[in-house]
Write a protein that binds this ligand. Sequence first.
Ligand SMILES: Cc1cc2nc3c(=O)[nH]c(=O)nc-3n(C[C@H](O)[C@H](O)[C@H](O)COP(=O)(O)O)c2cc1C
Length: 149
Amino acid sequence: MKALIAYVSRTGNTQTMAEYIAEGLRMSGYQADLKKVSEIKNIKDMEGYDAYIFGCPTYHRDMTEGMKQFLFLAKEAGLENKVGGAFGSYTHSGDAASIIFDTMENVYNMNMTSLGHLLIKEKKISDQEGIKACQDYGSELGKKMQEIA
Ligand SMILES: Cc1cc2nc3c(=O)[nH]c(=O)nc-3n(C[C@H](O)[C@H](O)[C@H](O)COP(=O)(O)O)c2cc1C
């Protein structure tokens, strides 16, 4: 079973989270592909996955323009009932991940992880705790893929 982790990251923090989430999936025996949203040009690039995990940092209390455009594309990808999760790094308000999670749940009607969205402060991402939180998020999404298969 395979998950797509699609993310935006300007300065690398959310990318680091994406890599640890992928590690958590792989440690639990699942495959994970990491792609920047800018690499996903059409819905074909999103086909063939059992779970979708989208990540975006918060800038100006919002997600980035690139993520907004990507979410319009993803709407056409037929993600209904697929397993979903959302994450992002932040410093103080961390709005993006929860907005993305809500869209996946209420607009795409995905089967979202009961863990909710994963937010980690930028300074904590590479702490033991931050790494573990990302890995656990990945392995939990793996379990959910298994459950609904
Ligand atoms: C211009 C600017 C605006 C930001 N606005 C917010 C914000 O509104 N809320 C927040 O929690 N973090 C904000 N941040 C912090 C970023 O979310 C944080 O640095 C994040 O780790 C960046 O992730 P990235 O390295 O993946 O791009 C802002 C950072 C910059 C440089």
